[in-house]
Design a protein around this ligand. Structure first.
Ligand SMILES: [Zn+2]
Length: 233
């Protein structure tokens, strides 16, 4: 039989492990609306990328406010039209150590005006350096690819390809994107649509499109948080 004190200690230990477990279960995501301030990003007519990414992030934030998810911790690199350098964004991400960061961008292509669609980029393989750092990098790439694959699958489940006739492509990053190089945590770059494509522009200029994409990102993060909880068990 437990003595009174032993019972109390046992009870406190149970409580402590409960709080430790619930603290571990939070799925932390940094949302990074691209550009801002003096850095407009791609511009075409009245549309500028920095405003589109901020409007999309604001909508995602509004969904988390309206439908709160206690298991998800969501942080933004900017919530207004301020200039935030890639270095500052990378520092925030490294300091927060999220499960995942998601950079939001809108694409533009002057040379091939027919390019269009929603694109998911994940970090490229890096097998340089010693074996320990190569293993860490490999782990980061694998986790990013896993998150990207869930985003890809749920894009089709959300019927975004049929509702908005917006094709989806997923790539390993092939051009310079500082945040993938300057951070050690899993990350994704979402290029929502091409400002330079007339078909994509018709989507971009419809407020229902922003709401649909924001809901899809919100919903995917929520689903990832429950999947990750299962993985952590
Ligand atoms: Zn951009």
């Amino acid at each position: 039989m437990f003595s009174g004190i032993a019972k109390k200690i046992f009870f406190i230990l149970i409580l402590l492990s409960f709080f430790t477990l619930s603290a571990e279960k939070k799925f932390k995501v940094v949302i990074d609306p691209g550009h801002g301030g003096t850095n407009t990003g791609a511009v075409s007519g009245k549309v500028s990328e920095k405003e589109l990414t901020l409007a999309l992030a604001a909508k995602i934030r509004a969904f988390f406010k309206k439908h709160p998810v206690p298991e998800v911790d969501i942080i933004f690199t900017r919530t207004d039209d301020s200039s935030v350098s890639i270095k500052e964004r990378a520092e925030l991400i490294e300091q927060q150590q999220p499960d995942l960061f998601i950079s939001l961008h809108f694409n533009s292509q002057k040379v091939i005006a027919t390019n269009r669609g929603f694109e998911i980029y994940y970090p490229p393989d890096s097998l340089s350096g010693d074996s320990a750092s190569a293993a860490l990098s490999y782990d980061k790439v694998n986790r990013s690819f896993y998150y990207g694959s869930v985003f890809r699958d749920l894009y089709f489940k959300a019927n975004l390809h049929t509702t908005w006739k917006l094709p989806l492509n997923m790539f390993s990053q092939k051009y310079n994107f500082g945040l993938f190089d300057d951070t050690a945590v899993p990350g994704l770059l979402l290029e929502i649509a091409y400002i330079s494509s007339p078909e994509d522009r018709a989507c971009i200029e419809n407020p229902l499109f922003t709401a649909d994409v924001a809901w899809y990102i919100y919903d995917t993060i929520v689903k990832l948080s429950s999947k990750t909880k299962q993985l952590k068990k």
